[in-house]
Design a binder for this molecule. Structure first.
Ligand SMILES: Cc1cc2nc3c(=O)[nH]c(=O)nc-3n(C[C@H](O)[C@H](O)[C@H](O)COP(=O)(O)OP(=O)(O)OC[C@H]3O[C@@H](n4cnc5c(N)ncnc54)[C@H](O)[C@@H]3O)c2cc1C
Length: 404
């Protein structure tokens, strides 16, 4: 009987196990944690943003952008929908094409996989961390942390990335891939909050605001996102900030000096805002900060006036045209310099990983080591926020499983 080892019971390893199981195959699924799918449980704030209606290469990044096209032509979004339908999990669609299990609970997914593993006689080995893999022409020997040895004919390395250690992530997957001769692009954190060192901004901590953000390097736009922004004690978070964090971190890591430009009134043109401010400033007896309260949340007038260099205590009647321009400019184009990238501790995903030029996308088999397959976020592919990373994990896991 063919013996197949899958290392990692996360999104891609679980899918691989379902497809690899069957007559004449013994599937061993090793998971270093006490439960399967620990990262899956925290996805989509516990709701699991399982995929997206718009699975196109433009939402993926890495050194070889053609790789994802080959993967999705082999196992598409529709194949994923069918797979989960058969498991009893229909999807529902929310904003921006985001797909979720109809239960809106990530735990549905882990429970359904738990059932499928049993039904398909997958040999689940929990709390077994694979420390070392030895390869010979005749097969592989896997060594666990507890010094057990397992001889297998084929290995699917589905160990995930090092993003978000609170769910058990570590560097071990990269180390195992390197030990078998694979090139690994240095991982770096993506989809995470952005540090803004400007202290006065931190006084806005806790305020949520609909805004448009763009990232520029040397005056050239790198990325733009519109949606909810959350001010924090160290900078910015919330969906728009997560969306642009990749461009910010890529530029900082490359030694460039990006700026984050926030438009706090994206639904108004500059002229509309100027007219609105003129009306608000018709009563010259008001203090400037107070005059802005009708269109801002508390604390924002003081902080934004401060950043604009205008005293919020100043009477509106004494505002100069330059003061007015600076306040309007801060509201429409708040230019901020990001600080050092935050760490993997808060990252939803990792950019970098195993070089996909060394992987055959038709099977996910290594081009360097026969019968070794590598899947999921361990590879040098990262998707945007919105269900793209899980879709890549489902597809690559299914392809590797089918190839057994
Ligand atoms: C907070 C958070 C929210 C997210 N939300 C979403 C979302 O809503 N939508 C989306 O598309 N993506 C989301 N992601 C990203 C998504 O979870 C990952 O891209 C996806 O889980 C990657 O799947 P994977 O199988 O490659 O790795 P993982 O799911 O990380 O699974 C790898 C598994 O391998 C195990 N393992 C590692 N090394 C070993 C070893 N040596 N021996 C045995 N076992 C090992 C790990 O314990 C782990 O269980 C989120 C990530 C985080 C951190």
């Amino acid at each position: 009987m063919k013996r197949i080892a899958i290392i990692g019971a996360g999104a891609s390893g679980l899918t691989a196990a379902c497809y690899a199981s069957g007559d004449g195959r013994h599937v061993l699924l090793f998971e270093k944690q006490k439960k399967i799918g620990r990262k899956l449980l925290v996805t989509g704030n516990g709701r699991c943003n399982i995929s997206n209606r718009n699975i196109i290469a433009g939402h993926y990044h890495g050194h070889n952008s053609r790789f994802v096209d080959a993967v999705f032509s082999r196992f598409s979004l529709q194949d994923t929908i069918t797979f989960f339908e058969e498991l009893g999990v229909p999807f529902i669609e929310e904003d921006e094409g985001r797909l979720y299990p109809a239960s809106l609970q990530a735990s549905t997914i882990t429970k359904v996989f738990q059932y499928e593993l049993k039904k398909r006689n997958v040999d689940l080995q929990l709390h077994r961390r694979i420390e070392r893999i030895e390869y010979e022409e005749t097969g592989f020997t896997l060594y666990t942390a507890g010094a057990e040895e397992h001889r297998v004919d084929s290995v699917i390395l589905a160990a995930g990335s090092c993003a978000f250690p609170p769910a058990g992530a570590s560097n071990i997957g990269y180390d195992l891939a390197r030990s078998l001769g694979h090139r690994v692009y240095e991982p770096w954190p993506v989809i995470l909050p952005v540090t803004i060192p400007l202290k006065s901004l931190h006084q806005l901590q806790g305020i949520k605001w609909d805004a448009a953000i763009r990232v520029e390097v040397n005056g050239k736009e790198q990325e733009r996102s519109v949606g909810e922004l959350l001010f924090t004690a160290y900078g910015i978070s919330g969906p728009v900030s997560l969306n642009v964090s990749r461009s910010v971190n890529a530029a900082v890591i490359a030694g460039k000096s990006p700026v984050v430009i926030i438009d706090l009134y994206p639904s108004m043109s500059g002229d509309d805002l100027a007219r609105r401010l003129d009306r608000l400033w018709s009563d010259g007896g008001k203090k400037t900060g107070f005059s802005l309260l009708g269109i801002m949340k508390e604390r924002m007038p003081e902080v934004l006036c401060g950043i604009a260099g205008v005293d919020p205590e100043k009477r509106v009647a004494s505002l100069t045209p330059a003061d007015k321009e600076k306040i309007a400019g801060t509201m429409k184009n708040l230019i901020l310099e990001p600080g050092k990238p935050r760490g993997f501790q808060e990252a939803v995903a990792a950019a970098g990983g195993v070089d996909v030029d060394e992987i055959d996308p038709a099977t996910m088999e290594s081009k360097l080591v026969r019968n070794l397959y590598i899947t999921g976020e361990l590879l040098d592919v990262d998707g945007d926020s919105g269900g793209y990373n899980l879709q890549f994990a489902w597809s690559t896991g299914a392809i590797a499983g089918m190839a057994q």
